[in-house]
Design a binder for this molecule. Structure first.
Ligand code: SF4
Length: 92
């Protein structure tokens, strides 16, 4: 009977330890989600699209850009998957 009781106590302790671990992990995840991205709005855009009117010395003059997905292409290659949605032709 004592061994049975000890087993029950052990199982309850393990259960509460697991619950405490999950609760702490959940709290940590929520706190991380509240934190702003420290790089947000501070990226430096290097760009080699010389035909764009916002390009100067292989850098982008805009404060922010919009990167758009290419439509109907899912090759996984960078040149196929995305493009700059803020592009404007320099001489058009
Ligand atoms: S708007 Fe886009 S394409 Fe134009 S310079 Fe900036 S990053 Fe390059």
């Amino acid at each position: 009977m004592i061994i049975y009781s000890l087993n029950i106590i052990f199982i309850i302790n393990v259960y509460y330890a697991q619950m405490e671990y999950k609760l702490k992990a959940s709290i940590k995840k929520r706190e991380e989600m509240k934190m702003p991205n420290p790089k947000s709005g501070k990226q430096t855009i290097k760009c080699h699209v010389l035909s764009c009117k916002h390009n100067s010395d292989c850098g982008c003059d805009l404060g922010s850009i919009s990167v758009e997905p290419c439509s109907s292409c899912h090759s996984g290659k960078a040149e196929d998957e995305s493009l700059c949605g803020s592009y404007e032709c320099r001489n058009c």
